[in-house]
Design a protein around this ligand. Structure first.
Ligand code: PHE
Length: 510
């Protein structure tokens, strides 16, 4: 409302100004803040051709506080002159006056006063004129009345040198009537509503144009997405357990590393386009460690290392197909292959938390991409008992102590176990992860020594995050419907660690 009336006031004044108006003068005459007037001018400008406004800068002179004092009480030299009685005054007394120093030298150079050095008590000062004209005060008064333009430039620079005046550059607008000038403005609509469309009232309305130059509101700082907050907690757990992070910075993987290296047969349904996103350009990968690839081919098609293999016609072209990785276990395979290339085998503990892609039907809990948390330990003689032990340790650090294992199937692990945890809230056992011992058909072709085994497990990052932050629909966590305020408001993630007691203190229910 306030702006509308100010805009109208601007238009009324402009109607009476044939050549135009300066926004600063206008602000002064109507007694409004200049910024507010500029705001009104901008909104009038946005109406189209009602007014036109040109930015300009003008010089203005303003009294300093000392200058204002001179206007009130006279110049320093005048005050010094007035303070001298007919009998004169000792210089040292004169200097004690507030205006003494400056006033004395100015009054001397104006030849208003003289100094007599013959006296006994030191130099004495006398007036030598009867009357003075306080020019400085007069000039400043002119400026104070807003008529500073009447003064000569040199006079103003002298006063500026004495710090009685300040020169200001004022940015203002020169406004003139536009071709469709009118003193009344129609309120512009900012939204086209369904009601306007139904009733047809939009026809008679004016719509506010978009301001593409608006700067927007600067965020105070960046904020970590809940997934990233939970990820950092999981990383912390792995790091505490002495695991090293694997480099997972390749979303695109070849079928060879994603499937073949994991002893997943080429006709496995997961390798179907219904489950996997294949890349069309470049469709095929070409660089592989060929001797290793030959051993993988052999173990699939003929067997070896005590295995019968799958006994089918393994095709290089199938292994070459590029895809969006369906799990991070391909990265684990690359790392294990690298480890096997060392002269002397060294045990290792690896983890990764990164994005994977699956051609899923989307629903409230599934997207075509998610984050996989994966851990693995490679050493001589690891058994299923070690896997259960390390899973207990890992999940205890998450605040989950009641675990159960159920036999499962993965092409690359034997045995394989799904991991269940008792959910205190739901009062039932829920699946929290998948795990297993990597098959010799996967490890031996890599060149890992006999007797080395790998225990590994994987889980999703989204599931614990959704539960931790009470998010029921995955689309509220990932994608274009994410409410940034949610990202801003959610606290950092602190998984409630169980400190070894049997009693579960409010664990995060995975
Ligand atoms: N790659 C498995 C998955 O995608 C997880 C897993 C990792 C299972 C390691 C066993 C061992 O579900």
């Amino acid at each position: 409302m306030a702006e509308a009336t100010l805009s109208e006031l601007v238009l009324q004044r402009l109607a009476e100004a044939p050549t135009g108006l300066d926004s600063c003068d206008l602000a002064n005459t109507i007694g409004h803040d200049h910024q507010a007037v500029v705001g009104a001018i901008k909104s009038l400008q946005s109406l189209g051709e009602v007014i036109s406004a040109q930015q300009r800068s003008t010089k203005r002179w303003e009294l300093t506080s000392e200058g204002q004092e001179v206007v009130r009480e006279g110049s320093h030299e005048a005050r010094v002159f007035d303070a001298i009685p007919p009998s004169g005054i000792l210089q040292k007394e004169l200097m004690k006056l507030p205006s003494g120093k400056v006033g004395f030298s100015k009054a001397m150079s104006n030849k208003w006063i003289v100094m007599d050095k013959t006296g006994e008590n030191g130099p004495r000062i006398f007036r030598i004129v009867d009357e003075i004209a306080d020019n400085v005060k007069e000039k400043l008064q002119i400026v104070a009345e807003g008529k500073g333009d009447g003064l000569e430039e040199k006079e103003k620079t002298d006063l500026k040198k004495r710090k009685l005046l300040n020169e200001l550059i004022v940015k203002s607008y020169w406004i003139t009537k536009g071709p469709s000038f009118s003193t009344t403005v129609m309120k512009q609509e900012t939204d086209l509503t369904s009601e306007m469309i139904i009733s047809g009232s939009w026809r008679g309305k004016q719509f506010k144009p978009y301001n593409f130059d608006a700067l927007g509101i600067m965020p105070d700082s960046g904020h970590l997405h809940p997934l990233m907050k939970v990820r950092s907690q999981f990383r912390q757990i792995f790091l505490e357990m002495g695991f090293t992070e694997m480099p997972t910075n390749n979303y695109i993987e070849s079928s060879f590393w994603n499937f073949d290296a994991l002893f997943q047969p080429q006709q496995h349904p997961a390798r179907d386009a219904h489950d996997t996103f294949f890349i069309s350009d470049p469709a095929l990968a070409s660089r592989f460690p060929m001797d290793y690839l030959e051993r993988v081919k052999r173990v699939h098609s003929e067997g070896g290392y005590g295995s019968l293999g799958y006994r089918y016609d393994w095709k290089f072209e199938e292994a070459q197909k590029n895809l969006l990785r369906t799990h991070t276990t391909g990265v684990s395979a690359r790392m294990l292959y690298q480890l096997a290339q060392q002269e002397k085998f060294t045990p290792a503990k690896y983890f990764s938390i990164d994005r994977v892609f699956r051609n899923e039907t989307l629903d409230a809990t599934h997207l075509a991409e998610f984050h996989q948390i994966e851990g693995l330990v490679v050493d001589f003689g690891l058994t299923l008992g070690n896997l259960m032990g390390v899973l207990h340790q890992f999940f205890t650090k998450l605040g989950i102590t009641k675990l159960r294992f159920k036999p499962a199937y993965n092409p690359y692990t034997e045995p394989s176990m799904e991991v269940f945890s008792y959910h205190e809230g739901l009062k039932k056992w829920v699946e929290v992860g998948n795990s297993g011992v990597f098959r010799p058909e996967m490890l031996l072709p890599m060149g890992l020594p006999e007797g080395v085994s790998v225990i590994a497990w994987g889980l999703s990052l989204e599931r614990p995050t959704m539960i931790k932050y009470g998010i029921n629909n995955i689309r509220e966590l990932v994608g274009h419907k994410v409410n940034l305020q949610m990202v801003y408001n959610n606290p950092i993630c602190r998984l409630d660690e169980d400190k070894g007691s049997n009693h579960q203190r409010n664990p995060i229910p995975l």
